[in-house]
Ligand binder design. Structure first.
Ligand code: 9MR
Length: 358
């Protein structure tokens, strides 16, 4: 028998948790659908910005601070640098937010020495890096982008995923296509408790999505044929750097494709530029006041995306935005976020809060 002295306070705790929930918080609005995340950066670590992060989001990704070039030493044999990433992970955790890790193996923001020597040395460097990082964050990070952006951009034959891979990558050059499987096997062995993701941009491109699907399926089928009961690649991260140019049917197509191979899906870096063309103008502090029609068009697209994500809620584990506000966004010129440069909610925020009204 459970004692009344325990049951009564327990009842009030449960009652309060439900009643005290902030119904305007995105994490509350989507609590039965998927996790709702955002990036954590030095700009969001304190004051009102941190409060806003904590209010709306239940999981964070370091925008830059867990990337290989931030953690690994500039020269082989040097010391890893954990201070900033630790500060972010610990603060997030203390404030009730989970942490997603970004990223272990990537051609960009990496260290040249990883892949400067022979294939054997590159393998050893990859294995050491993954083991070091996963060991350090064990118990503090729930999932990781193990490999990021390995797929190429102009794919003509997605059935041949190996020849569709990006070739301007040190990992590809030294190890060939096998570097992907090696990274995932190493991560699985290092920490079987975390969820392992393949993450990429442009997965609204049908050929690129098909190539990624084929790669993940082949690697997972092989792993299972060895007698493993779970996938090796647990999930596919669709970054979601979109704009008004997006054909939302292409996003649906990818969700359908990835659902079909039994992996979980996350939208990992969502931002919707209010521009008709896909541009590569990057950088913070170039935001502007959006004309009303543009703000509405952006809101409509955000709403349509969230209606779609809700349809796939059984498959989607997490939707993470790549920035809270237009000023601090990496694509500030396109005003792609839910909050403006003064941290005021935009029509896009209202749309995500209530997509069925749009
Ligand atoms: O948002 C990040 C920006 O601050 C960095 O300067 C940039 C450098 O490559 O990386 C940005 O984040 C990228 C992410 O790590 C991977 N997908 C694309 C993101 C936008 O470039």
């Amino acid at each position: 028998m459970i004692k009344k002295t325990i049951l009564v306070p327990l009842f009030f705790i449960i009652l309060c948790t439900a009643a005290c929930e902030d119904k305007t918080a995105l994490k509350t609005i989507y609590k039965n659908d998927f996790l709702i995340g955002n990036i954590i950066t030095p700009a969001y670590m304190d004051g009102d910005n941190f409060d806003l992060l904590k209010k709306h989001f239940n999981i964070v990704t370091c925008e830059n601070d867990m990337k290989p070039d931030r953690l690994a030493p500039a020269n082989k044999g040097g010391a890893y640098r954990w201070t900033e990433a630790d500060r972010m992970a610990d603060k997030a955790k203390e404030n009730g937010m989970q942490v997603h890790g970004h990223v272990l193996v990537w051609h960009s923001q990496s260290r040249a020495w990883f892949t400067a020597g022979t294939a054997e040395e590159a393998k050893e460097n990859m294995v050491n890096h993954i083991n070091t990082v996963l060991d350090h964050f064990k118990g503090r990070v729930v999932s990781w982008d193990v490999v990021n952006e390995a797929m190429g951009d102009s794919i003509t034959d997605p059935s041949d995923w190996r020849s569709s891979l990006r070739t301007n990558s040190g990992w590809y050059r030294t190890l060939g296509p096998d570097f992907i499987e090696l990274a995932f096997r190493t991560a699985r062995e290092a920490d079987p408790d975390i969820i392992l993701y393949y993450n990429d941009y442009g997965l609204n491109n049908r050929n690129k999505a098909a190539a990624v699907r084929n790669m993940v399926k082949e690697i997972n089928d092989k792993y299972k044929a060895e007698g493993n009961s779970r996938n090796l690649i647990d999930g596919i991260g669709m970054q979601g750097h979109y704009g008004l140019w997006l054909n939302i049917g292409d996003v649906r197509n990818s969700l359908e494709l990835f659902s079909g191979i039994g992996v979980e899906i996350s939208i990992t870096e969502l931002d919707v530029e209010s521009r008709q063309t896909n541009s590569s103008e990057w950088g913070v502090n170039r935001n502007s006041v959006m004309p009303e029609p543009q703000a509405q068009a952006q809101a409509n697209l955000y709403a349509a995306l969230f209606r779609l994500f809700r349809e796939y809620r059984d498959k989607i584990a997490r939707v993470t935005f790549w920035g809270m506000d237009d000023k601090n966004s990496w694509k500030s010129v396109g005003n792609p976020c839910l909050f403006d440069g003064n941290m005021e909610p935009k029509p896009a925020f209202l749309a995500v809060s209530n997509p069925d009204d749009y």
